[in-house]
Design a protein around this ligand. Structure first.
Ligand code: PEP
Ligand code: MG
Length: 933
């Protein structure tokens, strides 16, 4: 029989699949002897069963009974007992953290009888009735699906009736009255009474929490974070401890290092006399841990000891949620904490220096995506740039980066405007999980309330979105679509003389604002941005970056950490990293960023602009001589392109792909030309000039060459075999450029790549022609020219016959853009915008296969072709040059398949270097990596 329940004592941190992150870590803390309130975990298997069958497995009820009895025996109390009640929380917790996305119900076990028991036990009537009303409210909303606003307005009415503004001003009698009112709301909203039976409360809450895995917002979050839908959530049943039992109680969130900067030293927020989610929700402003230390030195000392224990054990930054109940510390949760990209690099390097992890482990702790975030530009900090900007206010730096966009005040508008191409900054008083859509759509997020652990901050950091929180001078009015920036302190803080006359500033929806997620600064208008110090390092080296950093220690330690980790990756990786670059300018940049060659130089741009007329002449030529003349004119131009490129890439492989797109792409558009000729004919009929004969011939050619499916038509190698002289021109230009460079004393390493090969015979014919041309140029220049010739594997047939094609290829480059297109039968120019969103919703696609290689389909072809090619020609070089060459997950796959290199856009080169290094060390470290997503 499958077991669906595990006590905390049974599990450990390795079983996140089954216990969820929270459950596994609660179990681990229990094992470590840290003060965890006793409890048990219902496994993700129960959730998966619920998703499969629509019902919880029948044996779950029995197992819960057994676990509950063990729990009751351990704590010596019974669930919902009238005099000495055990109360529990029912908490969601999936393998990967999904902050605020799923449900939790607290205070299960309270009813009309046990509320008196709780009052007697705690000696606090108000607390007991408040706890009961919280249960009714959470249970009503989460389990019985009643609109939460109905409870909120009842509280507001109670406060208004009493003439007070804060919840704390409601006394025991008020809370009792609210309990009665909430029960009415429950009855009216759900058609049933609130269940008085504690076990029934618990069972219903378990089903509701399991079901919260599949809410719309949870699904949306998972899509964004690429978390599979079929993992399911676990549910933790935890003995309640109370942070709202007076001034010696409280609740908080803490980190063992600063998750924003990576600086050492504990760090967090504490709220005295508060319960559970109050801190994360950012509703009240919190105190620092240092202040907590002054308030309650004993609990603070216990907390610090627990945190040090956790960091030593996990050997990484941990975050914790804790509660102090009348001076006793309880650890409610821990996990390896999320962090900003710069903190990730700094912490990894610092942990190496503290001898807590090895360099290999440090490399696995940082990701290519984090590196790419660090390459984003930042706001300029020089005096000129500073002079021209208007600082509106300052909040807390919650997630770094520089975001400039139009202010919007609600999630729907953010999404609407972003869809039409506007950059928007989402400005909210505070965010909640319903804002997720807008947060994804926005380039930046700005809130008036909440700390670095508020919902906005945590979610934005997770998404790598620029975010500033707690900008308290902001009065956000979503109804009026304005935010007022108070020029003076908040009225409560004003001095009597009042600097109150200074004017407030009103920002309207659509006004441009700029937020700096690294400093917390908020500006009005667009602010100029500069290269990030990490980009300076990548392009110009460590010294230049340190110079740019000046005395800023955080920046200095960041670039040093990036340098160390990237160098370690370079030393560890097996994959070479090359770049897709078509021009000398791109090639130079790629080389600076560490590219070890050019894996794809697309040559089609060399036929555009002024050269278009020459291509037209090639197409329109009626005999070989005419075509030959046009090609002769193209030759020196093309040769110069290649000479420039080979000069920049001296000593490194430079893979030049022969022309690929259908020729009509170089000719005028069929419709436009048809209209032009028709209008000219019409005018000519009325005596207004003549039709241009060349246009007529061109139109005939365009019509002749028109194709229904050009991407599957006359392109790639087919073009080279059908249009005489075209490939020959390019091959000759390459050979002559190589000769010129050699004569100039260079070390050109050109390679010739043939696109869209489907049959070995195609490649053989081009190869024979290439060998003749090379021999010819070699003879003329007195050189031995023997450039490698290879093929692109972009068609399923090429992959399936790779063993044969390899016989005539020195190398293969997998063109995974076309290979994805042709394997799926997806037109890559059409489908992504058309229906991929729906396909993701339907679960057909988890992610676009044009972004991340579809391992089971397209990837399988790559694997198969790799094996067959190596079997046929062991020395063959194999690489990839589709977009996937710069995608972290795909790079790991290509490493595992055994390719020799990846080629990607210049900007992705450092990302690919890092990921290729991680892939190489990851296998050896399996299981010890961080679980942060
Ligand atoms: C490919 O198909 O993956 C490729 C690199 O070629 P292109 O994108 O130019 O078709
Ligand atoms: Mg292609």
């Amino acid at each position: 029989m499958t077991s669906y329940v595990q006590d905390f004592e049974q599990g450990d941190k390795e079983h996140k699949d089954l216990l969820g992150g929270k459950g596994a870590n609660l179990a681990e803390m229990t094992r470590l002897g840290l003060p965890v309130p006793p409890g048990f975990t219902i496994t993700t298997e129960a959730c998966r069963e619920l998703m499969r069958t629509g019902a919880v497995p029948p044996s779950l009820r029995v197992e819960v009974t057994q676990a509950l009895r063990r729990l009751e025996d351990a704590v010596g109390r019974h669930l919902g007992d009238a005099t000495d009640p055990l109360l529990v929380s029912v908490r969601s917790g999936a393998k990967f953290s999904m902050p605020g996305m799923m449900e939790t119900v607290l205070n299960i076990g309270l009813n009309d009888a046990s509320v008196h028991g709780l009052a007697a036990l705690s000696g606090d009537e108000r607390f007991a009735w408040d706890s009961y009303r919280r249960l009714l409210q959470m249970f009503g909303k989460t389990v019985l699906d009643i609109d939460g606003a109905r409870f909120e307005s009842a509280i507001d009415r109670a406060k208004t009736a009493k003439g007070v503004t804060a919840d704390v001003d409601l006394d025991a009698a008020d809370m009792h009255a609210l309990v009665d009112e909430f029960k009415e709301i429950v009855r009216a909203g759900s058609g049933r009474d609130f269940p008085q039976d504690p076990r029934e409360q618990m069972d219903l809450a378990i089903v509701a929490v399991l079901g919260s895995w599949n809410t719309d917002r949870a699904r949306l979050y998972r899509r964004k974070e690429r978390i599979p839908d079929d993992l399911g959530t676990a549910v933790n049943i935890v003995t309640m401890v109370f942070g709202n039992l007076g001034p010696t109680s409280g609740t908080g969130v803490a980190f063992t290092r600063d998750p924003a900067t990576g600086r050492t030293g504990d760090y967090g927020d504490y709220l005295p006399n508060a319960q559970g989610e109050d801190v994360v929700a950012g509703i009240r402003n919190t105190m620092s841990l240092a202040d907590m230390g002054r308030l309650d030195p004993a609990s603070y000392a216990d907390l610090r000891a627990a945190m040090r224990r956790l960091e030593t054990h996990y050997r990484d930054l941990c975050d914790v949620e804790f509660t102090v109940e009348r001076g006793k510390l309880w650890m409610l949760q821990t996990r390896v904490g999320k962090r900003t990209a710069s903190a990730a690099f700094r912490i990894a390097a610092a942990l190496v220096d503290e001898h807590l992890i090895t360099m290999d482990e440090a490399l696995v702790r940082v990701t290519g995506e984090q590196l790419s975030q660090l390459m984003f530009p930042q706001f300029a900090t020089d005096d000129d740039a500073r002079a021209g900007r208007t600082l509106l206010t300052r909040g807390m730096a919650a997630s770094p980066g520089a975001a400039v966009g139009r202010a919007v005040f609600d999630s729907a508008t953010a999404q609407e405007w972003a869809e039409r191409g506007e950059d928007v900054v989402l400005v909210r008083r505070e965010t909640n999980p319903d804002d997720l859509g807008g947060m994804i759509a926005a380039v930046g997020i700005l809130t008036a309330r909440g700390g670095k652990t508020s919902h906005a901050a945590v979610v934005a950091r997770g998404m790598g979105r620029t975010c500033v929180v707690g900008a308290e001078a902001l009065d956000v009015d979503p109804a009026a679509r304005t935010v007022t920036v108070r020029a003076t302190p908040h009225p409560a803080e004003q001095d009597p003389q009042g600097r109150a006359e200074s004017t407030d500033h009103v920002v309207h929806e659509g006004d441009v604002v700029a937020i700096d997620g690294s400093t917390g600064d908020v500006y009005l208008g667009a602010v100029p941005v500069v290269a990030s110090p990490v980009t300076t390092y990548l392009e110009h080296g460590l010294d230049a970056a340190l110079e740019q950093a000046g005395a800023d220690e955080d920046t200095r330690s960041l670039v040093v950490a990036v340098d160390r980790l990237l160098r370690h990756a370079d030393g560890a990786r097996r994959l070479r990293v090359e770049a897709n670059a078509d021009t000398a300018v791109d090639a130079r940049r790629a080389r600076r960023l560490g590219a070890q060659g050019i894996g794809l130089c697309r040559t089609e741009h060399m036929f555009l602009g002024e050269r278009r007329v020459l291509v037209e002449r090639v197409v329109l030529a009626t005999d070989d001589a005419e075509r030959g003349h046009a090609l002769d004119e193209l030759l020196p131009l093309q040769r110069a392109d290649f000479t420039d490129l080979l000069e920049v890439m001296d000593g490194l492989p430079t893979t030049i792909r022969l022309i690929d797109p259908p020729l009509h792409e170089f000719l005028p558009d069929l419709t436009e030309l048809s209209v032009k000729v028709a209008l000219a004919a019409e005018r000519a009929r009325h005596g207004g000039g003549e039709v241009d004969a060349r246009d007529v011939t061109l139109l005939a050619a365009v019509q002749r060459m028109h194709e229904q499916n050009p991407m599957l038509g006359l392109r790639g190698v087919r073009l080279g075999l059908v249009v005489p002289g075209l490939f020959a021109l390019q091959i000759r230009a390459v050979a002559e450029a190589v000769a010129d460079r050699r004569v100039a004393g260079g070390d050109p390493r050109a390679e010739i790549m043939v696109p869209l090969v489907g049959s070995v015979q195609e490649l053989r014919l081009v190869r024979e022609e290439a060998e003749e041309i090379m021999a010819d140029v070699g003879r003329a220049r007195g050189l031995d020219l023997d450039l490698p010739v290879g093929g692109m594997i972009e068609l399923p047939r090429a992959a399936l016959t790779a063993g044969r094609i390899a016989e005539v290829a020195d190398f293969f480059s997998f063109g995974t853009n076309d290979l994805t297109q042709t394997t799926w039968g997806f037109s890559r120019d059409d489908v992504e915008g058309a229906f991929f969103a729906e396909y993701t919703t339907l679960g057909v696609l988890a992610v676009s296969p044009f972004e991340t290689i579809d391992q089971v389909g397209v990837g399988r072809l790559v694997r198969l072709a790799t094996a067959e090619a190596r079997a046929a020609r062991p020395q063959i070089t194999l690489g990839v040059c589709g977009e996937h060459g710069g995608d972290p997950e795909s790079i790991r796959y290509f490493h595992e398949v055994g390719l020799d290199y990846v080629s990607c856009s210049p900007f992705r080169v450092p990302v690919a270097r890092l990921e290729a290094g991680r892939a190489a060390v990851e296998g050896a470290l399996a299981g010890s990596g961080s679980d942060v997503r």
